[in-house]
Design a protein around this ligand. Structure first.
Ligand code: HEC
Length: 166
């Protein structure tokens, strides 16, 4: 995302450079300068690539644009263990009104100590982080799910969960 944005910005900058040079292209003396400037602008995207990838790792849910309908499809990954109906526990606890809920609070579900005592509240931001790597976020959880690495898929899913709040 960020990376595309940066590359897009670089491309725009390159276009701006071209048109700026085009404006002053009356004399032959300007021509070599225009070529040099353009070459520098084209190389530019290579440098920001690494910092952009690092920025992706610390992405916040609030900074993402989400798609609820796409998130509903991602929820297929959860359905084998969770349903959204109130009070219906499967392998995992009901995810009814999960956004804003205190962890370990569904009656009748036998939580691990890790989950029960985590003290976490499932805000959108916390869910976004947890679902990337549940066991990394909550060592000792018995949720056997490897996580969703794609930040966009995860953000869409969290937005979907939020949309189901009653
Ligand atoms: C293989 C079964 C399984 C899958 C798949 C699964 N979960 Fe879970 N989930 C669990 C179990 C079991 C727990 C209880 C963990 C514990 O007590 O340590 C849990 C707990 C949770 C909790 C904490 C609930 C609470 O009340 O504290 C959330 C939130 C959650 N899962 C969301 C999800 C989402 C969203 C997905 C899909 C991306 C998903 N889970 C996929 C089994 C699963």
């Amino acid at each position: 995302m960020k990376r595309n944005f940066l590359m897009g910005a670089a491309a725009l900058a390159s276009l701006a450079t071209l048109s700026a040079c085009g404006g002053g292209a009356g004399s032959d003396a300007n021509a070599p300068a225009a070529t040099e400037t353009t070459a520098a602008a084209v190389e530019a995207p290579a440098a920001p690539a690494a910092p952009a990838a690092e920025a992706g790792a610390t992405m916040e849910f609030a900074s993402m644009t989400t798609d609820v309908a796409a998130g509903e499809k991602v929820f297929a990954l959860c359905r084998s263990c969770h349903v959204l109906d109130d009070g219906v526990n499967r392998v995992g606890p009901s995810l009814y009104n999960v956004v804003g809920r205190k962890s370990g609070s569904v009656a009748g579900f036998s939580y691990s100590d890790a989950n029960k005592n985590s003290g976490v509240t499932w805000t959108t931001d916390v869910l976004f982080k947890y679902l990337e790597d549940p066991k990394g976020f909550m060592p000792g959880t018995k949720m056997a799910f490897p996580g969703i690495k794609d930040a966009q898929d995860r953000a869409n899913l969290v937005a979907y969960l939020e949309s189901t709040k009653k």
